[in-house]
Design a protein around this ligand. Structure first.
Ligand code: FAD
Ligand code: SIN
Length: 543
């Protein structure tokens, strides 16, 4: 069981603070804990992030016929040339070692089917080889459980669930020094059960808070994917980039009750077909790679067919693969669909695209360093240069593992920090309890609908302009509310979501071309130069 220390009103001190208990955060924490006392915060249960929901698996070159160069090229092609080649090479080269470390922690990857194959490798869109190591169709759960078990057993790690980081503590919060050095000293965090804000201080803070796909009405992500780390880093003065690249997964279950259940890309990798209600296939009209084209291509094709025919969904058909094969390869999906009255061995599955992954985020270098001293970041919260304009399937968990380790190595190589300065306590003297919680629920819905309708798979200048207008009004209202009322977990998330929505819209408006996941009918062509969209809080405008 996770330890939940008794929190005194004064500040808690650690050698390192990790915000997030997914693959990125726990990888960093397990490595940091070899050298000091580490606190890991999670705003809900420890396994409530996207990591535990991952299905398909982790990309790594593990087959003798495959090469790191091919993995690099596939990643660059999917990313439409916007990737940073050095980052892609670094991550691909470190992939097999990362898988070995997980296996050593007890992740039961599916074994290979021949003696020469250590693990079974599945195929996903955009990969030129079978390259995805997996645990059936519930890889993330197995990875998450192994990492949590290891962290719980480590004497140097204190796990603190239900503790939502509100804002990073920086030089602005130092008491008594006239010109404090610009750096991060930890975080103000809301104990969501006791409803009070505490200071958690450390010379090294790691943001591993995951992505922001819940900024959209329909998403494959868990509730907490609200971009908290991106918004906190932005407020603390860090640049963010490529926020316009929101990945829509082509095959989220379409069901009146269950809106965020993914049907893994491996289902298409293993031969599943996308079909219209009349039973015909349509991907041949969009891409020679058919169902295995990169996600942006498949999601846009589905969107176009739904709009052309006025459909609520298309179909993913696995029935021709055979009942035993489907049950054997996709046991979790098969069982979940049966609960919902769909037998995918005999019936096609209704699917729609839904927001799945944030390619943009806090800018980091190869060590995971952000613009702010004392602050590192890893995983989906970052823009490391790996994904470019579109993430290749199963490269995300890999990024978490490789950068989680890189961040820890870099922190441990730092000189011992100065003694911690005196930090101002959280000030609640000018706020009261809200008597209008309805404002939060209303603004939350309006924001997510606005993003879905105006900043979705296919964009236009007019729609982006509308979105900018709406988001500006919502930001103002949420800011006002935040200034007047005592914070709650919902308010913390909404405040971050409006910031992230604003960053996405600004980035989308700045890109005057179509590239990867950003497709605009007003600028349908790709420019010759591949340039990141960098937003700099110091300038308040695009850098
Ligand atoms: P997460 O795992 O999302 O963890 C975020 C952590 O931060 C959580 O512990 C959360 O509580 C904490 N947190 C957030 N905000 C705060 C705050 N304010 N205060 C305190 N804590 C906070 N990728 C692949 O590579 N392969 C796959 O097969 C795959 N399948 C996927 C299937 C689904 C349904 C989804 C949603 C994603 C999938 N992805 C997959 C993407 C991948 O799972 C994620 O990108 C990855 O797990 C992100 O890990 P992370 O450690 O960065 O963040
Ligand atoms: C999936 O299993 O389709 C998700 C894989 C990913 O997001 O990388």
């Amino acid at each position: 069981m996770a330890q939940k220390p008794k929190l005194p009103p004064e500040a808690l001190h650690y050698d390192a603070l990790v915000i997030g208990s997914g693959a990125a955060g726990l990888t960093a924490a397990l490595n940091l804990a070899e050298h000091g006392r580490v606190a890991v915060l999670a705003k809900a249960d420890l396994a409530a992030g996207s990591t535990a929901w991952a299905q398909g698996g982790i990309a790594a070159v593990l087959d003798a016929g495959d090469t790191v160069a091919a993995h690099v090229e596939d990643t660059m092609v999917a990313g439409a040339g916007l990737n940073d080649r050095a980052t892609v090479e670094y991550v691909a080269a470190n992939a097999s070692a990362a898988i070995d470390r997980l296996a050593a922690l007890g992740v039961p990857f599916n074994p290979g089917e021949t003696v020469s194959e250590r693990w079974h490798l599945t195929r996903e869109g955009g990969h030129s080889h079978r390259r995805i190591v997996h645990v059936d169709d519930a890889t993330g759960w197995a990875v998450s459980q192994a990492l949590i078990r290891a962290a719980e057993a480590h004497p140097n790690i204190t796990l603190i669930p239900h503790m939502a980081a509100v804002d990073l503590i920086t030089h602005r919060h130092v008491v008594g020094r006239r010109f404090p050095a610009r750096r991060c000293h930890g975080v103000y965090a809301l104990d969501t059960q006791k409803r009070r804000v505490v200071r958690i201080l450390a010379p090294a803070t790691v943001l591993a808070t995951g992505g922001a796909s819940r900024v959209y009405l329909y998403s494959t992500n868990p509730d907490g994917a609200t971009g908290d780390g991106i918004a906190m880093a932005w407020r603390a003065g860090c640049r963010v980039s490529n926020m316009e690249f929101n990945q829509f997964h082509p095959t989220c279950l379409f069901h009146p009750r269950v809106r965020n259940f993914l049907i893994t890309e491996a289902a298409r990798g293993e031969g599943g077909h996308l079909k219209l209600p009349d039973g015909s296939r349509f991907m041949q009209r969009y891409d020679d790679r058919l169902e295995l084209a990169p996600r942006d291509v498949v999601a846009r094709a589905i969107d176009a067919e739904m709009k052309r025919l006025g459909l609520e969904h298309v179909l993913l058909d696995l029935t021709h693969l055979g009942a035993d094969f489907v049950r054997g390869h996709f046991p979790t999906i098969h069982a979940r669909l049966l609960e919902l009255g769909i037998d995918c061995t005999t019936q096609a599955i209704p699917v729609v695209p839904a927001a799945h992954y944030s390619c943009g985020g806090v800018m980091v270098d190869l060590n995971g360093r952000t613009d702010l001293g004392g602050l590192w970041a890893a995983g989906e919260v970052t823009q490391s240069g790996l994904h470019g304009a579109n993430r290749l399937a199963s490269n995300s968990l890999l990024e978490c593992l490789v950068f989680g380790q890189a961040v820890a190595d870099d922190i441990m190589a730092q000189d011992a920090a100065d003694t911690m300065p005196d930090i101002k306590p959280w000030d609640e003297s000018r706020v009261t309890d809200s008597d209008e919680e309805v404002v939060i629920a209303h603004n939350w819905d309006e924001l997510r609908r606005t993003m879905w309708d105006y900043v979705g798979i296919v964009r236009t200048e007019k729609r982006l302009e509308r979105a900018a207008h709406r988001v500006k009004t919502l930001r103002k209202e949420v800011q006002e509310y935040y200034g007047n009322f005592r914070i709650t977990a919902d308010l913390v998330e909404l405040r971050n979501l409006v910031t992230v929505a604003d960053l996405i819209v600004r980035s989308a408006r700045a890109r005057k071309e179509s590239r990867g996941l950003h497709f605009s009918t007003d600028y349908p062509n790709q420019s010759a130069a591949a340039l990141d969209t960098v937003l700099d809080p110091a300038q308040g405008r695009d850098a």
